[in-house]
Write a protein that binds this ligand. Structure first.
Ligand SMILES: C[S@@+](CC[C@H](N)C(=O)[O-])C[C@H]1O[C@@H](n2cnc3c(N)ncnc32)[C@H](O)[C@@H]1O
Length: 223
């Protein structure tokens, strides 16, 4: 799967994909990250990418013509194009799963006060990472790439994904995990996990997933 990332700050991505699971996915050619500098699509000698907002106000707005040219440059190889913005549809695991089925996705990162609203006409959808404002779309892009990449076939073992929080198989939070020591400051590992009885452990885990979800995220159960 290819991710094209359109950004004014390519250097932010240096190092992000060079460790752990994403590094291995790239080495195995399961994932490719193509970073595109939006500034390369500015046409004047000053390489201007932004301008003052019509109507007045603070901050600078990324220009629609520059962003459109950047998007056009990858139009042949981007199956799905996304603008990252606080006003977009809130990102979730369902969307991650949907995106993981695509061959290529382009993520457009805004910065400053945002992008000219007309950019929305040149992308397939607008996505928000959540109800908060980031300095730029880069961190949102990283979160999306990370969460989608782990669903791409071959990146992580299928069994590991099945019980994960928000998995379509259960829509629950995952059960709690424990590792050694058996007791820490009076906090004991649940006995059933030490029993070696796999059927009992599976049943306990399922119950715990339901209980935790009811307590922490009842909205998921209602869904
Ligand atoms: C400082 S923000 C602009 C915020 C905008 N003025 C507003 O109030 O909605 C600059 C850029 O960061 C990105 N961004 C900020 N918050 C985001 C979020 N919650 N989800 C996705 N992208 C976000 C967008 O690409 C946005 O264009």
């Amino acid at each position: 799967m290819i991710f094209h990332v359109l950004t004014l700050f390519p250097e932010i991505f240096e190092g992000v994909f060079s460790s752990s699971i994403l590094k291995r996915a790239i080495q195995k050619n399961l994932l490719k990250i193509n970073i595109i500098n939006i500034r390369d699509f500015a046409q004047n000698s000053h390489k201007t990418v932004d301008d003052k907002p019509y109507g007045g106000g603070r901050g600078m707005i990324l220009k629609v013509d520059v962003v459109e040219r950047a998007l056009e440059s990858i139009s042949a190889s981007a199956e799905h194009t996304i603008l990252l913005a606080p006003s977009g549809k809130k990102y979730d695991q369902k969307k991650a799963s949907e995106l993981s089925a695509k061959n290529s996705v382009a993520l457009t990162c805004g910065h400053y006060e945002g992008v000219d609203a007309r950019v929305e006409h040149f992308v397939d959808e607008v996505i928000s990472l959540g109800d908060f404002v980031l300095t730029g779309g880069e961190i949102a892009a990283m979160a999306i790439i990370d969460s989608v990449a782990r669903l791409v076939h071959g990146v992580i073992k299928k069994e590991s994904l099945l019980s994960e929080s928000f998995s379509p198989a259960t829509s629950l939070l995952e059960y709690p995990h424990f590792t050694r020591p058996e007791e820490f400051r009076g906090l004991k590992v649940p006995k059933v996990l030490l029993s070696g009885n796999h059927a009992k452990i599976a049943k306990w885990r399922q119950e715990q997933a339901i209980k935790r979800t009811q307590k922490l995220r009842p909205d998921l159960i209602l869904k």
